[in-house]
Ligand binder design. Structure first.
Ligand SMILES: [Zn+2]
Ligand SMILES: [Zn+2]
Length: 444
């Protein structure tokens, strides 16, 4: 018998934590932070009780067998390493709500992810772009390949999402197959990967899917027969940026999400073709250089923040930009927002493209737009997001046609539906679904 326990992240966007347990092994995914209204960056973290505090405020799950001895004892949980079963994690992608807690796990816990995710994770750690410490015991698996621990085999499959390295998993247990999609979309650079994911997983016994895009409005998924209108793609964003170069004489400022490395790589080429150079901060530059070492990498001296950069990076000065603003595009992380104060009279436009602060539900968003308005810098939103529109969610479910569908990672998972499935289960936090001979039932 395989038991699938749903600890967290069912009716929220973040903190998905599920354990698939067989006789010999426990496969867990993912390990990010819940998005919590109770947590405030203004409150000092307590280094001596980090894990305990994160669990107590509900940012991380209270689960046996994953934390080190001391925090586990304080929390009344069993520590890692005391069970006969092989315990391990699969991490779908490098978004904080899916991987932010990695540094809180016991050092010995094996953590699997795609090879590209691991490459990115190593750079995030090196650049200090993670919460607390990095987790050492990670294993990168090339897309399409499998690994086995105990009686569980996991195939790591590429999927399209707005972060480099994104993948989902096809998990095979002695009692049946379980698909975990992670987060996905069809409007990125790799829509074929999302399509192939569905085809590889066709006929799975259980499908655990995200449902972010049905979180906000009323959606009748069963009635969707064609794609929603006006879905913009990564390719279209490139064209929009080329056009922006042609329509503006001054400096363009962009605020992208730095872990979507493919977009930045493509933008370097798009801007180059329009006679402009993309100038980055050293963290963004590092991520691009890791995956695309042949790109021309330029960093802006004013956002280096005391970091040194490899000699082959070109450093662009404030004077360079002020002399020739129309020859540059500046990538500006929100943390470096005040760099715009030196440039406000030569900036044509500010493009907000999926960088922090993400949206109007964040307090910083209003401060960002207020400052730009005060400085007279025109603001334009041109982000894409990383989640399938509802039609494409349905397309994925219909392609896989699982015997049991379990939607989560959504404010309204009950809106994820299809007439191609055997049954749908909507577990509550802490509930277990039992899988036997390919059939599922909610354990009572
Ligand atoms: Zn997510
Ligand atoms: Zn994500």
């Amino acid at each position: 018998m395989t038991r699938i326990t749903f600890y967290k992240g069912l009716k929220e966007i973040g903190g998905t934590f599920v354990a698939v347990e067989t006789e010999k092994a426990v496969c867990m995914f993912d390990f990010g932070f819940s998005v919590s209204g109770r947590c405030d960056d203004a409150v000092r973290l307590r280094p001596d009780s980090l894990v305990e505090d994160y669990v107590r405020i509900g940012m991380l799950p209270a689960a046996d067998g994953i934390y080190a001895e001391k925090p586990a004892a304080h929390l009344g949980l069993k520590p890692y390493g005391q069970s006969e079963k092989e315990r391990f994690f699969f991490i779908s992608h490098m978004h904080i709500d899916h991987m932010g807690g990695l540094g809180m796990l016991d050092d010995g816990m094996p953590v699997y992810m795609s090879e590209d995710s691991l490459r990115l994770y190593r750079r995030l750690c090196a650049m200090g772009d993670i919460q607390q410490r990095g987790h050492e015991r990670c294993v990168g698996i090339p897309y399409g390949q499998s690994f086995t621990r105990g009686d569980i085999t996991v195939q790591v499959l590429r999927i399209d999402h707005d972060v480099t390295g994104a993948s989902g998993a096809l998990i095979t247990t002695p009692d049946g197959t379980v698909v975990y999609t992670g987060d996905y979309r069809f409007h990125g650079f790799y829509p074929g990967a999302s399509k192939a994911f569905g085809e590889t997983c066709r006929g799975a016994d259980v499908m655990i899917t995200e449902g972010v895009s049905v979180s906000f409005d009323d959606v009748d998924m069963l009635s969707l027969t064609e794609p929603e209108e006006g879905i913009r793609t990564e390719e279209m964003l490139q064209q929009e940026m080329a056009q922006a170069c042609q329509e503006n004489d001054g400096l363009l400022v962009i605020n992208p999400y730095n872990r979507n490395v493919d977009r930045i790589h493509r933008l370097i080429g798009t801007f180059e073709a329009e006679g402009r150079t993309l100038v980055m901060d050293p963290v963004q530059a590092d991520y691009v250089a890791e995956f695309y070492p042949d790109d021309d990498i330029c960093v802006y001296e004013k956002t280096m923040n005391g970091r040194s950069v490899p000699e082959w990076f070109k450093v662009v000065t404030l004077e360079d930009i002020r002399e020739n603003p129309g020859k540059y595009v500046l990538q500006l992380d929100y943390q470096d927002q005040y760099a715009i104060l030196d440039l406000k009279d030569v900036v044509s436009r500010y493009y907000h493209m999926d960088g922090a602060p993400l949206g109007s539900y964040e307090e910083s968003y209003h401060k960002m737009t207020a400052l730009l308005e005060y400085l007279g810098v025109p603001y334009q939103y041109c982000g894409l997001g990383g989640h399938s529109r509802p039609y494409y969610l349905k397309l994925m479910v219909d392609t896989i046609k699982p015997k049991t569908l379990i939607p989560l990672h959504s404010f309204r998972p009950e809106q994820v539906n299809s007439d191609q499935i055997g049954q749908r289960i909507l577990p509550e936090e802490g509930q277990t679904v039992v899988l036997e001979y390919g059939e599922c039932r909610l354990e009572v």
